[in-house]
Design a protein around this ligand. Structure first.
Ligand SMILES: [Zn+2]
Length: 263
């Protein structure tokens, strides 16, 4: 999503859809940010309302960010119609959603007794076609997203039911280990244990890096490109894994190399 946010001019407007307190920091863009959610949010610039009938005029946003929110919205078709209406003709759209067939999403829904995931998306190409048809925008790129199961972290903001104790109590060392071995297993055996879902980029966009970032922080959930972590000197040797401190929250994580990038 930073590929879209960082390109916006100071006089641009971006809608953070279904974000409550925000799905990205205000410092990620120079543009004016409007946070919008059905539930009340505390931030300045927050607007409360229904995503199927937005209180905004036509063509007033340069970009819409739907970061882990469309899976929660009942009646997606009218919501996508509203995105189409409020976006400018040359607007850009970012959508990140979980793959409902993954271990990660199934675990989340089990822990959270559904977790408010009312839309189950399992086919990225079918969903991309539908996004294009409903928004009138072209999909420029799709990137696979990975998970560290940060949602189950005992240090996280969510207080879970006793179900979390059945999977080890959300201890960080356990999530770090599970996340590392899931990624290794995926890389070696082609499984999808560490997969979360997809990011869809719509609109006229420059080249987007479609290689998945496998290093996802077990505490804050931020994903970082492995070559970048190496370049800033964050990766430390060790056994059984190399480690890095998350640049966002300073939490220690196990490190894995991403797939090679095309040259
Ligand atoms: Zn972090």
């Amino acid at each position: 999503m930073n590929e879209i946010l960082s390109e916006l001019e100071p006089d641009a407007r971006v809608l953070d859809l279904g974000s409550r307190s925000g799905s990205f920091p205000a410092t990620a863009t120079q543009a004016r940010v409007v946070r919008f959610d059905l539930d009340f949010g505390p931030d300045r610039g927050f607007v409360q309302g229904d995503a199927r009938s937005m209180p905004f005029r036509d063509c007033c946003f340069d970009a819409v960010i739907a970061n882990h929110s469309l899976e929660h919205i009942e009646g997606l078709k009218p919501c996508l119609g509203e995105i189409r209406r409020v976006l400018k003709g040359n607007g850009r759209l970012y959508v990140a959603v979980p793959d409902a067939s993954t271990f990660s999403d199934q675990l989340y829904r089990w822990l959270a007794h559904g977790g408010g995931h009312v839309n189950a998306i399992v086919d990225s190409h079918q969903f991309a076609d539908w996004l294009e048809a409903e928004t009138g925008l072209k999909v420029s790129a799709i990137r696979l997203l990975h998970t560290s199961l940060a949602f189950a972290n005992a240090h996280g903001p969510v207080r879970w039911s006793r179900r979390v104790w059945l999977i080890g109590g959300g201890h960080e060392w356990l999530l770090r280990s599970a996340s590392y071995w899931a990624r290794r297993c995926d890389a070696r055996l082609g499984t999808r244990w560490s997969v979360y879902g997809w990011a869809f980029y719509l609109g006229d966009l420059p080249d987007i890096d479609e290689v998945p970032a496998t290093n996802v922080c077990v505490r804050c959930g931020a994903a970082h490109v492995s070559e970048w972590l190496k370049a800033i000197g964050a990766v430390k040797a060790g056994w059984p894994w190399r480690s890095y401190r998350c640049p966002e929250c300073r939490t220690e994580n196990a490190f894995t190399d991403d797939a090679p990038r095309p040259t």
